[in-house]
Each structure stands twice: as structure tokens, then as C-alpha cells.
Design a protein around this ligand. Structure first.
Ligand code: ZN
Length: 253
């Protein structure tokens, strides 16, 4: 089984790179309400239109040494990062869940989280136009695949959302309504394991906050770090290890 899944993961890697490449278009254009299909990709600095070989995931970035062929402006590191992260996560989904509907839903979930993290990192927003339709799609898929857990999906989504809403009211500086809505998506995907996702995400944000404070002192408090990528990180930990973490934790009582 494991070797079959490893082969599946390897086979998923290249198509997933292409998905990552599409996510880069979403990240660059969706927040500006530009079309995702037209015009062709071009350098944002000089308008140089990319030839097909300048648009190959990972390889083009390496081949061009991270610079536009027209004007030598550095290409954002976000492009190869999004492509590689997407490919690794989708491969991991097939490794973990095998050739199943669950693997496709988990891959979709990961891809959405990658795009949202990149947008939140660059613009400090989590667009409703991604979060809300994704939540509906994931909930529909989960209910169709695992109808016996319908109450869990809905309750976990609402619970996670309410939890972050309370946190937002108590500590308004740390996050925004975008994070509250994102928690809904995490809950309908993860079920009760969303608790692991929220805890890991908050812990990761806390650790980075402490590290930044230690390095830059009080000034670090002013660097607003978006919370979305931490929630996404926690959600991915919960997706792959949530069950194990939760049962280990509950087993202690
Ligand atoms: Zn250029």
C-alpha cells in the first residue's frame, strides 16, 4: 500500500506544479479583480509577455535566475515557493489518502490554503471570493463522502469560527474577520480535528512573535504579521496528523 501511495504521490507532483502555477495567477490577479484567463502572463515591471518556456513551473525561475528576461527586474520568490509548496502538499495528500475522493478534497483544501496564505502575506486580506465558495464546495464534498459526520462538519465549522470571533473581540490587534471566516472552511474540512489546527496555528504565531520580540525588541510589536498563513499551517498539520495528536492528547485523561 505504501509503495503504491508513494508512486501516486510522485505521479501527482508534476500536475500539482501546474496547479501551483495557476494559483500564482490567482494570487496576482484575483485581489485586483482581473481576469484569470486573459491576458497572457507578463512581467509586472516592463510588460514583457512570457514565452511558454518562461512559464514552466520552477524550471523557468531557475533558468532565468529569478529575473525578467526583458528588464532584469527580480521575479518574486513567491512564484517558485507557491509552485513547490502546492506540489509537495498535493503529493502528500495522495501519499496519505491514496487514490481516493478524500485525496482530491484534501488537495483542493491545500491548494486553497496556499493561495490564501500568499494573498494574506502580500496584501493582508483573505478574499471572501475564495474563502466562501471554497467552504461551500468542501462542505458539500464532505457531506457527500461522509454523510454520517454531517453534524460534525457543520458544528466544527461554526465552533472554530465562533472561537476565533471571541478571540478577535478579546484581542482585536492580532487578526481580522477574514480569519474568522477562514476558520469556517477549516472546520468543515477537518471536523473536530480543527481544534488541533487552531491550537497549532496560534502556537506557531506565538512562537514567531516571541522570536521577533527577542530579535528586534519592542519594535517587533509594530510589524503586523498576518494570521492567515499560521491558520493555514495549523490546518495542514491537523489534516495530516490531527487524528494522532488528538487521540494522544485525549488518551492522557
Ligand atoms: Zn520585465
Amino acid at each position: 500500500m505504501t509503495s503504491v501511495n508513494a508512486a501516486l504521490a510522485a505521479a501527482a507532483f508534476a500536475p500539482a506544479l501546474a496547479i501551483g502555477s495557476f494559483l500564482n495567477v490567482v494570487v496576482a490577479r484575483l485581489p485586483e479583480k482581473r481576469s484569470l484567463v486573459r491576458p497572457r502572463s507578463a512581467c509586472p515591471a516592463c510588460g514583457h509577455e512570457l514565452a511558454w518556456w518562461e512559464n514552466v513551473p520552477l524550471l523557468s525561475y531557475a533558468l532565468l535566475r529569478g529575473r525578467c528576461r526583458g528588464c532584469s527586474t527580480p521575479i518574486s520568490l513567491r512564484y517558485p515557493l507557491v509552485e513547490l509548496t502546492t506540489a509537495l502538499l498535493v503529493a502528500a495528500c495522495f501519499w496519505r489518502f491514496g487514490l481516493s475522493s478524500d485525496a482530491f478534497v484534501a488537495s483542493f483544501f491545500c491548494a486553497v490554503l496556499v493561495a490564501l496564505s500568499a494573498i494574506d502575506f502580500e496584501r493582508r486580506i483573505l478574499p471572501d471570493r475564495i474563502v466562501l465558495p471554497s467552504t461551500v464546495a468542501v462542505l458539500a464534498a464532505q457531506v457527500a463522502l461522509h454523510p454520517e459526520r454531517t453534524v460534525e462538519w457543520v458544528a466544527a465549522g461554526l465552533g472554530a469560527s465562533l472561537f476565533l470571533f471571541v478571540a478577535l473581540v478579546a484581542y482585536p490587534k492580532g487578526m481580522g474577520m477574514g480569519d474568522v471566516k477562514l476558520a469556517l472552511l477549516l472546520g468543515v474540512m477537518l471536523g473536530w480535528e480543527v481544534s488541533v489546527g487552531l491550537m497549532v496555528g496560534m502556537l506557531a504565531a506565538l512562537v514567531l512573535g516571541v522570536v521577533l520580540m527577542a530579535r528586534h525588541g519592542i519594535a517587533a510589536r509594530k510589524t503586523a504579521i498576518p494570521f492567515g498563513p499560521f491558520l493555514a499551517f495549523g490546518a495542514i498539520v491537523a489534516l495530516f496528523w490531527g487524528e494522532a495528536i488528538l487521540s494522544a492528547y485525549l488518551g492522557r485523561f
